[in-house]
Design a protein around this ligand. Structure first.
Ligand SMILES: NC(=O)c1ccc[n+]([C@@H]2O[C@H](COP(=O)([O-])OP(=O)(O)OC[C@H]3O[C@@H](n4cnc5c(N)ncnc54)[C@H](OP(=O)(O)O)[C@@H]3O)[C@@H](O)[C@H]2O)c1
Length: 324
């Protein structure tokens, strides 16, 4: 089969089209004939050699796909020909990939493969972090950094769909406008103004209940300064670095919670439980068209390097997807 491999750590052109053997199925896995594969920032980090696949995972990049089931064990949920999207630990940049049956979900009715392939990584991540760890509730306020990122564009839509008030940050006025179109009540251009001051101003100096952060580093004390009493900071990325200085008094005085998680190394059982919750809570919204992945651009699988360059350009709103 055609696959895209990371020939060595480096810039986008280390992604090379190669001929690979078909994946060998483990028990409780299905074989998916891939129609589309989502591209995520973790793929870029893996390509740079900074995010190795967990033990047992494919060395090929690609954390999510959509397509048709080509092979499934009898007695399971899936049949040959079913249209599914799946969260995987790697191997999505290929014509076929293996996926744990529990991490597959049906493609929402009428949705094209490129859009469905853009669901699993960010919807699973946002569900388990914003609503599970962050305990975001209707009528609460949330600040979402990187509002036009794959994660951010999903988080804004879901926060609004569940009745929360979303504020977002982004790096240009155009991206701020895109955040508002996605459902943020206000978006802050973090290059033009201080987001802590802006959040205080926009919330009558009360602050927000939850911050969902992909930056880390020196954002840590500033994020905590945005939180009101009993607020929660949920860390899901470290684009700005993993080290920070912190005065712990604010955590005690305002009874704050600092949490976070990484999806990829979790067990099939844990990811399966997230899949169940996502199907129960979010699938009806996707079916109704109340939320939907934003596909910024698609590229043929062979042009994966161009897809990575597009995501690196910083101009993407939503997701980049590879099509087979
Ligand atoms: N914890 C998990 O399980 C999990 C799962 C998936 C992804 N993630 C993490 O979540 C983050 C977002 O992933 P994604 O795929 O949604 O990313 P993405 O679509 O590529 O977006 C990254 C965003 O980061 C912002 N940004 C700020 N400073 C940046 C910098 N120095 N370089 C690049 N971007 C910068 C950009 O927005 P502005 O320029 O507009 O600010 C951009 O919208 C990544 O850190 C990723 O590793 C975590």
């Amino acid at each position: 089969m055609l696959a895209i491999e990371i020939s060595r750590p480096g810039a986008a052109d280390v992604l090379q089209a190669v001929d690979r053997p078909m994946p060998q199925l483990q028990p409780d896995e299905v074989l998916i004939k891939v129609e589309a594969a989502g591209v995520n920032r973790p793929d870029l980090m893996q390509r740079l050699g900074k995010y190795p696949p967990p033990p047992g995972a494919s060395d090929l990049p690609g954390l999510e796909v959509a397509g048709t089931v080509a092979e499934a064990s009898p007695g399971g949920r899936w049949r040959t020909g079913d249209r599914v999207c799946a969260l995987i630990s790697g191997g999505g940049y290929a014509e076929y990939c293996a996926a744990p049956a529990r991490q597959c979900l049906p493609v929402p009715t009428g949705m094209d493969a490129a859009t469905a392939a853009a669901i699993p990584e960010t919807y699973f991540t946002v569900w388990t972090n914003l609503f599970d760890r962050g305990r975001l509730r209707a009528s609460e306020r949330v600040l979402i950094h990187g509002g036009t990122s794959g994660i951010g564009s999903t988080a804004i839509q879901l926060a609004r769909a569940f009745g929360a008030t979303a504020y977002a940050t982004a790096g240009t006025d155009e991206k701020c406008e895109a955040c508002r179109r996605l459902g943020a009540v206000e978006a802050i251009n973090h290059r033009a103004s201080d987001f802590v001051e802006e959040i205080r101003r926009l919330t009558n100096h009360e602050g927000v209940d939850v911050v969902l952060d992909i930056i880390g580093g020196d954002y840590l004390p500033r994020n905590l300064a945005c939180l009101r009493m009993n607020g929660r900071l949920v860390q899901v990325g470290l684009i700005g670095g993993s080290k920070a200085n912190l005065d712990l008094r604010g955590i005690m005085q305002n009874r704050l919670t600092l949490t976070g998680s990484v999806l990829r190394p979790r067990s099939v059982a844990e990811k399966g439980a997230i899949a169940d919750a996502v199907e129960q809570n979010i699938w009806p919204l996707l079916e109704a068209g109340a939320v939907s992945p934003v596909v910024h651009a698609t590229f043929p699988l062979r042009e994966a390097a161009a897809a990575h360059r597009a995501l690196e350009s910083g101009e993407v709103v939503g997701k980049v997807v590879l099509t087979v």
